[in-house]
Design a protein around this ligand. Structure first.
Ligand SMILES: Nc1ncnc2c1ncn2[C@@H]1O[C@H](COP(=O)(O)OP(=O)(O)OP(=O)(O)O)[C@@H](O)[C@H]1O
Ligand SMILES: [Mg+2]
Length: 501
């Protein structure tokens, strides 16, 4: 019966002050199905799902469960009805000092009258993680977990309840291709068991792979809702943006011999990285390909001096050099856009302008703001260049959507007029238009003679954007190739430790 296990949102509107975040949006999810929810950064996806999960009490419109009106005004209401959300910003839902097991069963522990029975908690946590086919040490504190693990912990928590509807807000953003595949298998299993899943993502190929229905929002309004198969990837992008997007990548730059900018030989760290050697020329975009755990982030941090490493030989701007500290790197005109941008050096309760005006160096050490007018102008420039959706430079970061926070976090690192820029997974949570803007920005930096290191698990981006690509596997560079000779398949093969037949 189609009337069973069906959740309808009708005419949902919500405003934050003057700003209408959602205007009369309808949304339906049914059991046994995976429903894609997509739209550009700031379209209203997270807001719509936070309404459904009881985060807001001040929306208008109706929610019906199996045709009957239900009141969802608090998280408790939603949970009681079997609606569970795995947030986009995983950290806000976790208690960093508590163990993995406690975080998974946090809601249980918070119930009055439930004693801590450790053995039982651990057993349940292990069972839930086994269902997800992941292995995490359940005794370690969550603060030591990777982003991917944190997301899996929240998923396990959702499944610890009687779950009829599961909302996953950009669950694959911290996952690599293999981890994403594993998550898809779990999602399919949940779907088969009757759960209705809402899946938010900016990666259209993922939505195509696992969703059977699709809803597109734009500027807080419903643009499209229907079967996934009815629209092609290009058509979905067009619905999201309101216009066609043709060239995602900038045209290839002519390769000319350029002076060496940075060279590293024999880099090691104490944990993972071994015998890393690489060379970066002026005007070059060097890709670092790798799956999660391959060492991309470790390498970026080591090069920037943000983690300890040893090198046999190094050169920067034609002089002997070795990574020392972030402070030293900034003074040598290097910049790092770190992967965990929300954790490293953004101030969530400060304005966009303030966030963009604290220099990269300062977020590691001291503060020094540049003049107010200058800060404002810079903020406006970045807002425009990266298409940040905000009411203006004065808006606090907390009020921005997840993807727009990411853009601000990227923007702040671009101020330092660096010659060597290191990007660690810069397109995470960023919509396709913003990706295109970012690629053209990186391309123009390269045209200006800067050297770019671009670390990513998105192999299509590496192939589309870079000049040369090094593949990392298990802390070592296992292959190096010209980007025009690389394909996603070869990158995947090398990054799983394989060699071409
Ligand atoms: N508490 C708030 N106060 C003011 N504005 C808000 C608040 N929460 C969200 N917004 C605004 O509502 C709009 C929709 O935000 P939302 O987080 O739903 O976008 P999203 O579609 O999830 O985007 P993303 O892909 O970047 O995650 C954004 O413009 C955001 O700035
Ligand atoms: Mg969001």
């Amino acid at each position: 019966m189609s009337a069973l296990n069906r959740l309808d949102m009708r005419n949902i509107s919500i405003a934050f002050g003057e700003f209408a975040a959602l205007t009369r949006v309808d949304f339906t999810v049914e059991g046994h199905s995976v429903h894609a929810l997509t739209g550009a950064n700031g379209a209203g996806k997270s807001t719509l799902m936070s309404v459904l999960s009881g985060a807001h009490s001040d929306y208008s419109g109706d929610i019906l469960l199996d045709g009957e009106p239900v009141a969802i005004r608090t998280p408790r209401d939603a949970k009681r009805l079997g609606i569970h959300l795995v947030q986009q910003e995983v950290d806000v839902a976790l208690v960093p000092q508590l163990s993995v097991a406690e975080n998974i069963l946090l809601d249980r522990l918070a119930e009055p009258g439930v004693g801590y029975r450790w053995r039982e908690i651990r057993r349940q946590a292990n069972t839930l993680l086994a269902q997800l086919d992941v292995q995490i040490d359940i005794n370690q504190p969550v603060e030591r977990c990777t982003l991917a693990e944190k997301q899996q912990i929240l998923l396990a928590r959702a499944l610890s309840h009687h779950c009829r509807f599961l909302i996953l807000d950009e669950p694959t953003a911290p996952l690599d291709q293999h981890e994403s595949e594993r998550l898809f298998a779990v999602v399919r299993r949940l779907q088969a068991s009757g759960i209705g899943v809402v899946f938010i993502s900016h990666r259209i190929h993922e939505l195509k792979a696992i969703c059977d229905r699709l809803t597109v929002l734009r500027d807080g309004r419903l643009i499209e809702s229907g079967p996934m198969a009815a629209l092609s990837g290009e058509q979905i992008v067009e619905k999201m943006l309101g216009h066609v997007l043709t060239d995602i990548y900038p045209p290839r730059r002519e390769k000319q011999p350029q002076p060496l900018l940075l060279a590293v030989e024999g880099l090691h760290d104490d944990k993972l990285l071994q015998e890393i050697s690489l060379r970066l020329h002026k005007g070059e975009i060097l890709g670092i390909a790798g799956l999660a755990g391959a060492g991309k982030t470790e390498l970026c941090k080591a090069l920037f001096g943000a983690s300890r490493s040893r090198i046999a030989r190094g050169e920067l701007h034609g002089k002997a050099w070795r990574p020392r500290s972030p402070h030293d790197s900034v003074s040598q005109r290097m910049a790092l856009v770190p992967e965990e941008r929300r954790k490293e050096g953004i101030f969530i309760d400060e304005s966009v302008a303030m966030n963009l005006s604290v220099s990269a160096d300062d977020s590691f050490s001291r503060w020094s703001l540049f003049g107010h007018r200058q800060a404002w102008r810079w903020a406006e420039e970045i807002i425009q260049k990266l298409n940040v959706r905000t009411t203006g430079p004065a808006q606090t970061l907390r009020r921005l959507s997840g993807g727009n926070q990411q853009k601000v976090a990227i923007g702040k690192w671009l101020r330092n007029n660096a010659d060597v820029l290191i990007f660690d997974e810069p397109t995470k949570e960023v919509d396709i238009k913003a990706k295109t803007d970012l690629f053209s920005l990186i391309d123009s930096l390269a045209r200006d003679g800067k050297g770019i290191i671009y670390a990513s698990g998105e192999f299509s981006e590496l192939v589309g954007l870079c000049d040369r690509i090094c593949v990392l596997w298990d802390g070592r560079i296992v292959a190096e190739m010209e980007a025009k000779e690389a394909t996603e398949e070869t990158l995947l093969l090398y990054s799983t430790g394989g060699t071409p037949a």
